[in-house]
Write a protein that binds this ligand. Structure first.
Ligand code: ATP
Length: 383
């Protein structure tokens, strides 16, 4: 089933505009993740697709059919929530088969479908147990089983893994993806966790304040974020974002008190930067594009080391420079002024780099990989 959202808008009766003119088409069998900070409208989108929330503007289609006013039970969808409310007095098999029993499917067919779902989910050994005798991950799989046996055309999942501990969540992430691919059912998956979004989605739609920021494959979101919001939201640790100023030929960048020469390659990659000659821009550097020690001939940035985090496979070097940090505009919590002037950033460097807190160091810069944004609109500068 193809699901199309065409200019979908939701304003609640109290006047709160939760979703604004959302355009999104999810292809047959695609795994689409909706991600964004708390309150950005993800759950509202899912509930509108489910028919649990009235759509106040725009058109929702399943294939060609307009669904705006179709009752939830006639939409051929199955939802999986964070709180999976299993029936405690029923066995796993009864829980999974319950929706079919309500539909008066005959016993043998129910047994067959439950057995197939249990097989896919690795639940066969526990079919006779009660939910209280299962682990959190197993219970979540039972909840998935209840959705699977209904053989819906669309799965809607709202933070289904957020009650699980960190290790189990990682394991279930892979499992949910595997099951979805095997079944080939069009899926919307809501999360606020960008790592979950990146590892699970065929495509990821990033929302902020009810507005779609960008929808693309995880790698494209990472490599070519469309604006400062996506740049800051996708990736962990976050992209370092600073306010800078270009010279009159757009060949050097002033960052605090330091001047960086921009290699010719930058002009070829971002021809649009010429329009910003003598103007301010926001420059973005992912932590892995700052190296220690610098390679020979590499442009460098002098900075003060505040803190080192040793993660075994890498070191995270928290540093400060005297440039102002930049933040996405339009987010709910505007950063405090002292956070902006602190000039803090993070570099991801090789594990045995010689560096300690309090050092003044030179970080090598992989400037070709830097990102540039309009400091007013926040849009990425490419052409
Ligand atoms: P979270 O991750 O915290 O669940 P979300 O991204 O799913 O957040 P929604 O629950 O869709 O966000 O809410 C979007 C906006 O709509 C929020 O500002 C919220 O306060 C508002 N909202 C949600 N439900 C209602 C309601 N029933 N009446 C009025 N406003 C609502």
């Amino acid at each position: 089933m193809t699901v199309s959202l065409e200019g979908i808008t939701k304003s609640y009766p109290n006047g709160s505009l939760a979703v604004h003119e959302l355009d999104l088409t999810v292809r047959e069998g695609e795994f689409m993740v909706l991600v964004g900070p708390s309150g950005c409208g993800k759950t509202t989108v899912l509930r509108m697709i489910a028919g649990l929330e009235e759509i106040t503007g725009g058109v929702l289609r399943f294939n060609e059919r307009v669904m705006n006013n179709i009752a939830p039970r006639d939409r051929d969808i199955a939802m999986v929530f964070q709180s999976y409310a299993l029936y405690p007095h029923m066995s796993v098999a009864e829980n999974i088969g319950f929706a079919l029993k309500l539909r008066k499917v005959n016993k043998e067919d129910i047994r067959q479908k439950v057995s197939e779902a249990a097989d896919i989910l690795g639940l066969t050994p526990w079919l006779d147990r009660k939910p209280g005798q299962l682990s959190g991950g197993q219970r979540q799989r039972v909840a998935m089983g209840r959705a699977i046996v209904r053989e819906p055309s669309v799965f809607l999942m709202d933070e289904p893994l957020s009650n699980l501990d960190a290790k189990l969540r990682v394991q279930m992430r892979a499992e949910v993806s595997r099951i979805q691919r095997r079944l080939g059912v069009t899926t919307f998956y809501v999360t606020h966790d960008q790592t979950e979004a990146m590892t699970m989605g065929d495509r990821v739609a990033v929302l902020n304040s009810g507005i779609l920021q960008q929808c693309d494959t995880p790698q494209t979101l990472y490599d070519r974020p469309a604006n400062i919001f996506v740049a800051a939201f996708i990736g962990s640790p976050s992209m370092n974002l600073y306010e800078g100023r270009l010279n009159e030929t757009a060949t050097t960048l002033l960052l605090g008190s330091q001047t960086l020469k921009l290699p010719d390659e930058i002009g070829r990659l971002h021809p649009g930067l010429l329009r910003y000659a003598s103007k301010s821009v926001v420059v973005g550097a992912r932590p892995e594009h700052l190296n220690l020690p610098p390679q020979s001939g590499q442009p460098c940035l002098e900075c003060d080391v505040d803190l080192i985090e040793a993660l075994g496979s890498e070191l995270l070097v928290h540093f400060s420079i005297d440039a102002r940090r930049a933040f996405p505009t339009g987010v709910q919590d505007e950063p405090a002024e002292d956070l902006a002037i602190s000039g803090e950033g993070v570099a991801r460097v090789a594990p045995r780099a010689q560096v300690s807190a309090g050092d003044r160091i030179r970080l090598g810069l992989d400037i070709e990989s830097f990102h540039f944004f309009d400091s007013v609109s926040g849009q990425a500068i490419w052409d």
